[in-house]
Design a protein around this ligand. Structure first.
Ligand code: C2O
Ligand code: CU
Length: 691
């Protein structure tokens, strides 16, 4: 709904521009009409066009009002920046142009075939008649440019000055031009007009070409960059400044390893290799896979374990890393090339060591050229069981992946079709659902999963248990953005249960009480699970009423622009793309509040490394059910989320959209702790490409 309103509100100003341009052109030529009859006809046409323009403008106002119903941040750039010139022009047209046009129509009524007399000419060429109509066209064009391309973000001061200034200059120029035209009795010759038109066109084309060339060049990513210093920071208190200006003792990312003394409780080796895998349907595919498996081997560890993972790379031509998605490990173990380590080249290795303090469903993936590498198979699940517990039989991990590299195949585990698994009735089942996709099939909404055949509970989100989760009816759909996890629990009934990836419903997991000839439940078509009012409240270390040390508001949007030498529709954070996105700067111990406003057309699963955030509000309304902790929060167009976290894990942490196509197009920012520096460098010349 929001996206369609937004789309209309972007296109309607273009329509308004066309209508007003027609009226403005006709108004400029009105005084040169050869006969009274043609003057009259033209004046009437202008009036009709203006009436149409009024209707179109009211339509735009209605769309902006529609966006406003989602909250002021969704309409602010239009109300504050884009619309004032349009309103000013409309008022001028109404009080200056329209009465004069009506008078011209009346005055031209007599002796229709006679040439217009001097008075009629003067009235028809009056700048007070002509210029408001022409400036309406300019205002509409500026409005279109503002909402479609400029897309201002708060504070709007600079944009208001620029847009209103441009409008004022245009009005003055049009006025002077009309006065000059009026003074000249004979219109310029056709050749002179043609020459002028060609010159104007030439200048416009040249300016445009220069703008594009400069934009493409300036958008090239630097070959080297240092996330510790070469970035603008937002400290959530005083505004923007450069990183590295803090007067606190410096500490290197490389030293933020946590306590890793002792013998590891669990040791794994993950080797990235090229592999040819066979999917459930028999289809084969060439992938990059951890230990030759897709998904990679499931790493099962226990709370409190010291885990050691050696990552090796046997894939020629690429470097890799491993990031422990959702595990709040010490910064040096986070696996982000160019920030926390150097990427592992072919033949190389890297040893990760960290102690696990969480329990739940997580996953791991390469964070080097992540869009491509995750898409092609370098991902796997990671499950942390409570201390001392054995894994129950009904505890099943389901890794869901949408393979762009394989032309859009959807798999659950290795299966791209229906698979059946026997589960005895009465078994307590926990389906650990992980969405490892590199991007969403639908850019405007997260994919959904449906469970039919039994009522169930969502026991955990992003690896954190929910408090007293209620029973959901069979057929309930659960949305899960890329990178997100949900644990679904139920007691196995004496008939089949079906989990379906609703994006590619061919991929289903059927749990059968025995045999394969039981009737399969239908695909889910029930209500959509809403985590904001689910379960019951429980104590949290902080909440909506806490005193926050830092507050940030991030406007997510998308529009046309340049990125890394290309012109594309790019997702933006506060109007910027990486590395120009501001680094959120905090101090250890701070309580931080972040509000996400998704003002654009696309859905963004926002993932913060190294921390878990408590969701406080959704669309301004408090979360009333169970505390909802997240590491990958899906924010849809038209939505606002406010989250809070404690800055208790020093480092330089990526905070990015886990629709990795968006991350690759610049939707990356960092959370930085004052004084933390990195010895690593990212950029094309360094071999480290964390996106
Ligand atoms: Cu799942 Cu920055 O990653
Ligand atoms: Cu995104």
């Amino acid at each position: 709904m929001y996206e369609s309103i937004e789309n209309f509100s972007e296109v309607v100003p273009l329509l308004l521009t066309l209508v007003c341009a027609f009226a403005g052109y006709a108004a400029g030529r009105l005084a040169r009409r050869p006969k009274r009859r043609t003057v009259r006809r033209s004046a009437r046409r202008i009036l009709a066009a203006l009436a149409l323009a009024a209707v179109v403008a009211l339509g735009e106002a209605a769309f902006v009002a529609g966006m406003w119903t989602h909250g002021w941040p969704f309409a602010a750039n239009r109300v504050v920046v884009a619309l004032p010139p349009v309103v000013a022009a409309a008022v001028a047209v109404a009080v200056m142009s329209v009465p004069r046009l009506a008078r011209v129509v009346r005055g031209a009524r007599r002796e229709a075939d006679a040439p217009p007399g001097h008075t009629l000419r003067a009235a028809a060429g009056d700048p007070r008649l002509v210029v408001p109509v022409q400036s309406a066209a300019v205002a509409a064009l500026l409005c279109f440019y503002t909402v479609f391309a400029l897309r201002p973000v708060p504070p709007y001061t600079g944009d208001v000055l620029a847009v209103d200034g441009a409008f004022a200059v245009a009005v003055v120029a049009l006025w002077l031009r009309q006065v000059r035209r009026l003074r000249r009795d004979t219109p310029p010759r056709i050749a002179a007009r043609l020459l002028r038109a060609v010159t104007v066109l030439g200048v416009v084309v040249l300016l445009l070409a220069g703008y594009v060339a400069q934009g493409l060049r300036a958008s090239r990513l630097p070959a080297h960059y240092d996330m510790g210093t070469s970035t603008v920071v937002d400290d959530g208190m005083t505004g923007m400044r450069m990183a590295g200006e803090e007067s606190v003792p410096h500490v290197s990312v490389a030293d933020l390893t946590g306590d890793t003394a002792g013998t590891p409780d669990e040791t794994f080796t993950l080797t990235a290799r090229r592999a040819r895998i066979r999917l459930g349907s028999g289809r084969t595919a060439n992938v990059w896979a951890w230990n030759g498996q897709v998904p990679g081997p499931e790493l099962v560890v226990h709370e409190g374990d010291l885990v050691q993972v050696t990552v090796r790379n046997h894939v020629p031509g690429i470097a890799v890393s491993a990031h422990w998605h959702g595990l709040d490990v010490p910064n040096a173990e986070d696996g982000v090339p160019g920030v926390t380590q150097n990427a592992v080249r072919k033949g190389g290795s890297f040893v990760y060591r960290f102690r696990v303090h969480q329990v739940g469903t997580f996953w791991y993936h390469s964070h080097q050229q992540a869009f491509d590498q995750v898409d092609r198979g370098l991902f796997g699940a990671l499950v942390v069981l409570p201390k001392g517990e054995r894994r129950p039989v009904g505890d099943i991990t389901v890794v869901a992946h949408y393979w762009k590299a394989l032309g859009g195949v959807v798999t659950l585990g290795r299966a791209d079709t229906r698979t059946t698994r026997v589960v005895r009735p009465g078994t307590r089942v926990r389906l650990r659902l992980v969405n490892t996709s590199s991007e969403n099939v639908d850019d405007t909404a997260p994919p959904e999963f449906g469970l039919t055949g039994t009522a169930f509970r969502v026991a955990a989100i992003d690896g954190t248990d929910l408090h007293e989760p209620g029973l959901l009816v069979s057929g309930t759909r659960v949305a899960l953005g890329a990178g997100g996890r949900a644990d679904l629990t139920f007691t196995m009934p004496d008939h089949a249960v079906r989990l379906t990836d609703l994006v590619g419903p061919r991929a289903s997991l059927v749990l059968s009480p025995g045999g394969t000839d039981v009737p399969t439940p239908p695909v889910a078509r029930g209500p959509l699970f809403d985590p904001t009012h689910y379960g019951t409240p429980a104590p949290t270390p902080f909440g909506a009423d806490s005193r926050f040390d830092r507050r940030f508001t991030l406007t997510l949007d998308d529009g046309p622009g340049f990125y890394d030498g290309r012109f594309l529709f790019r997702p933006t954070i506060d109007g910027h793309v990486f590395p120009d996105t501001p680094m959120l700067m905090v101090r250890r111990g701070d309580l931080v509040e972040v509000t996400f406003v998704d003002r654009g057309h696309n859905d963004h699963p926002m993932h913060l490394h190294g921390h878990h955030a408590l969701v406080l509000r959704h669309d301004g309304r408090p979360v009333t059910g169970s505390p909802w902790w997240t590491d990958t929060l899906d924010v849809r167009p038209g939505e606002t989320y406010t989250v809070a976290f404690r800055a208790d894990n020093p480092g330089i942490w990526m905070d990015h959209c886990h629709n990795l196509r968006h991350a690759k197009a610049g939707m990356i920012m960092h959370l930085g702790y004052e004084g933390v520096t990195t010895p690593y460098r990212a950029g094309s010349a360094t071999g480290n490409q964390p996106e």
